[in-house]
Design a protein around this ligand. Sequence first.
Ligand SMILES: [Zn+2]
Length: 391
Amino acid sequence: MVMTEGTARRRGLSAAELAVTRHLLVHGPATRQDLGHRLQLSYASTSRLARALVDGGVASEALEPEPAVGRPRQVLTAVPGARHVVGCKLTADTAYGVVCDMFGEVKASARSALPKPGHDGAVPVAATVKVIAQLTGKLARRVPTLDGIGVAIGGVVADRSVVQEGTFLGWRDVDLATPVEQRTGLPVIVTNDVTALAREQLWFGAGRTHATFGVVTVGAGLGFAVVREGVATERLVDNGHLLAHSPIDSSGPRCRLGHAGCAAAYLNREDAQDRAAGTVARPVTFAGLAEAARAGDEVSGRQLDEAAGALGHLVATFAGALQTTCIVLAGEDVAALTTSPAMTETIAERLRPGPREVQRCDLEIVTTPLTFADWARGAAVAGIQHVLGGA
Ligand SMILES: [Zn+2]
C-alpha cells in the first residue's frame, strides 16, 4: 500500500449537487439566487443543496460584504482543496503525473519510466500498474488527502476501465482501472487522452463559452474529441478515422492506407517524416520543418504550408459536421503549424459565403500547445469529474 494516511474514499455528489459544484468551478462564486436562476431550481432546493455542499466541505458560504441594495446575499464558493486527484498520462515509455485540486490547479508533478516492452511488443501491464501506484504515492505526499486517479492514454478505452486498443503500449483488451484501484484503494477512471483534454476544456477552457466544440490534436498522430451540448463524448464511433482520412487534395501525397492526399497524409508525423527533405533534422517534427523553413529551406516551407492548409480543411470540415463555431487545437505540433498562414487562409476561404448567401459564420480557433504535464492535467480533471459525480 503506497497511499498516505489522509487518503480516503468519499461519497459522490448527487446530480443536483454536481450541477451546482460544476457551476461554481466553471463560472466562479455565485449567490443562491443566481444559482437558482441559472440551474432552474427553486430557492428552497438551492438552499438545501448549498447547505449539503457546505456540510460536505465542497463549498463555503459567506455574506456578500456590501450589497448595492437590499439585504446582504449569501455567496457560495467552491473550496479548491475539497478534493485532490492524481492525473497520469501514459506514453510508450513514460508515465507523467500531476496532482491537482478541485479547480484543476497543479500542486506537484512527477514522472517515471515505464517498463520496456516484452517479446510480444506490449509494455507489461502488472509492472505498469506498479509504476502508476508508486507515482501516485509520491504525488499523494504533496497534498493533504487524495481522492482518486485519472489515467489517460492514446487509444480506445471502454467502460472507463478497459484499454481495448492501446496504440503506443501495444495493449489489447487490458483492464487497467481495476488493478490500479486494488493497489491504491482509490477510485480510478481510465480515458482516452484527447477525451480527457476535452473534459478539461469543457470545465476550464472553451466550454465556458461554447456548449458544443471539437478538439483536434496534432502530435505523434491525429486525435479528435467532441463535446456536444455540454457533454464530452466518451468514445468516438470511429476513433477519429473518418476525419483523419478525409480527402484534401487528390493529387497530394498518399497516406499509409494508400489514400491520395487525405488529411493524415499531410499531418501524421510518420508520413511527414517520409516526405521531408534530407536537410530537416531527424526525427522530423513540424517544429523542425518550421525551423528549416526559417533557415531558407523552401521545400520544408512548402511541406509545412501544405500541412497547415490540410489542418485548416480538417478544422472547417469538423466544425461544419459538428455544427459548432469553436474548435480547440492542441498537441505538441500545433504551434509550429499555426506559424504558417496557410491554416487561417484555408479556413477563411472555406467560410467565404457565396454571392446569394446571407448567413455568415465565424469560427473561433483556440490553440493550446501541450506539454506532457498538460496531458496529465487533462487526466486529473477527468478524475475530478469522476470522483465528484461518478461521471
Ligand atoms: Zn488516408
